[in-house]
Design a protein around this ligand. Structure first.
Ligand code: SAM
Length: 395
């Protein structure tokens, strides 16, 4: 569909990866510049550069990656004219509809052509996709893009209201995909377009449950079977590197020191209370060697309180840090991980970083419900009861 050459040439479509959230298409046009907050890039500088390269900007303000287009990247970069299908749904729909090289497929509406590109790649030149759209400006833009992307032989795009006028092929396709506001109005037309010599499939993509209910009714009425509905949700993971947790040996050393300090403090407190008890029995002003604690206090070195000692332990001890480690694991857990995945944390004797992944607390929003159904092959009339079209039982 796109250039398969190793290097970028004038006129190629490349996908410019600026950041994870900023991906844009670029047709290489000598004389033009790509100019933005990530720097200035002359298109002519990209000619002859291998696809996948990292390019520094002319003004040193950043860099970009220049990638070979794929349907997945096109879905991230395409200019939106409508809501589009994203990869999770595209993959699930393609799999359920059994879309493969040589398949003949119908989609309506075309919208921004996100689904179209993935299907075109999957079916290849041996297959065919009939795509329908009733919004004229969208048809024209999609036609221009499909042509530029070398999809003319694979995709036939028709300007048509499929709910009113149906499809342009009969008894032909292996599967139908409907991304329409009222798919139930196109179900009977879809049935006519599906081939009758084998089991075929349909999928309707609808954001609301009310639409699903009407579609299911229409599918039942039209004789579709195996009606089932799914919702696909994305659960992204964030992968980060954080300073490594301390080794268990270091932690136990710290604990021993903290324990020793606590014991010293306890002995000091006993000595102090004995001294103060003895002091109460003497007249004020009498000197005594047991005055050590108070003498120290009067010299400005106040003995620490219980709370202060705790703070010190937190300041110099690793234990509280480990409890709050972003990986959510304790030092002990790090030791166990080390045993389980030695290569990940023991590359050097004292690892400096730990890589971990955590899921976002919220699952990303619902896009749509996917209603699937099958249409079983028609029974040859010789084997069917003429009244009911049910198979006649053989003896
Ligand atoms: C949500 S968009 C489809 C997005 C597309 N699946 C994609 O991935 O880019 C729905 C499209 O269906 C078109 N449409 C709505 N009703 C239609 C009808 N009865 N016949 C043909 N197209 C229709 C709309 O104009 C719109 O462009």
């Amino acid at each position: 569909m796109w250039s398969t050459a190793r290097e970028i040439a004038a006129g190629d479509l490349v996908i410019v990866w600026l950041t994870r959230d900023a991906v844009q298409p670029l047709v290489i046009t000598p004389g033009k510049e790509l100019n933005g907050k990530y720097g200035v890039y002359r298109h002519s500088d990209l000619i002859g550069v291998p696809y996948g390269s990292k390019i520094g900007s002319r003004n040193g303000r950043g860099f970009i990656h220049v990638l070979r287009p794929t349907p997945e990247l096109w879905t991230l970069a395409l200019p939106h004219r409508t809501q589009i299908l994203y990869i999770a749904d595209i993959a699930f729909v393609s799999s359920w509809l059994n879309i493969k090289p040589g398949s003949r497929i119908i989609e309506a509406g075309t919208g921004s052509g996100s689904f179209t590109h993935s299907v075109a790649r999957a079916i290849g030149p041996a297959g065919h996709l009939w795509s329908y759209e009733f919004h004229e400006a969208r048809v024209n833009k999609a036609r221009e893009e499909f042509s530029c992307h070398g999809m003319d032989d694979i995709v036939t795009l028709t300007h048509r209201n499929v709910c009113k006028d149906g499809f342009t092929v009969l008894d032909t396709v292996d599967a139908v995909f409907l991304d329409l506001p009222m798919p139930w109005e196109a179900v009977e037309h879809a049935k006519k377009a599906l081939r009758k010599d084998r089991t075929t499939r349909i999928c309707c993509f609808s954001p609301c449950m009310e639409q699903v209910l009407r579609t299911v009714t229409a599918l039942n009425d039209a004789g579709f079977t195996d009606i089932t509905m799914y919702e696909t949700l994305l659960r992204p993971h964030q992968v980060d590197s954080v300073p490594a947790l301390p080794h268990i040996g270091q932690v136990s050393e710290k604990l021993k020191k903290a324990e020793q300090k606590r014991e010293e403090k306890r002995l000091r407190q006993i000595a102090n209370s004995r001294a103060s008890a003895a002091g109460k029995r003497k007249r004020p002003g009498d000197a005594d060697e047991s005055d050590g604690g108070r003498a120290e206090g009067s010299a400005g070195k106040r003995p620490k309180t219980d709370d202060e000692d705790d703070v010190l332990q937190h300041e110099d001890g690793q234990l509280p840090q480990a409890e709050n480690h972003p990986s959510g694991r304790s030092a002990g857990a790090a030791e166990t991980e080390e045993a389980k995945f030695p290569q990940s944390v023991t590359e050097s004797a004292t690892p400096t970083k730990t890589t971990f992944s955590k899921t976002f607390p919220e699952v990303r929003g619902h896009t749509s419900y996917l209603t699937f159904a099958c249409l079983l092959p028609a029974i040859p009339s010789a084997q069917a009861d003429p009244a009911t079209q049910e198979p006649v039982p053989s003896d």
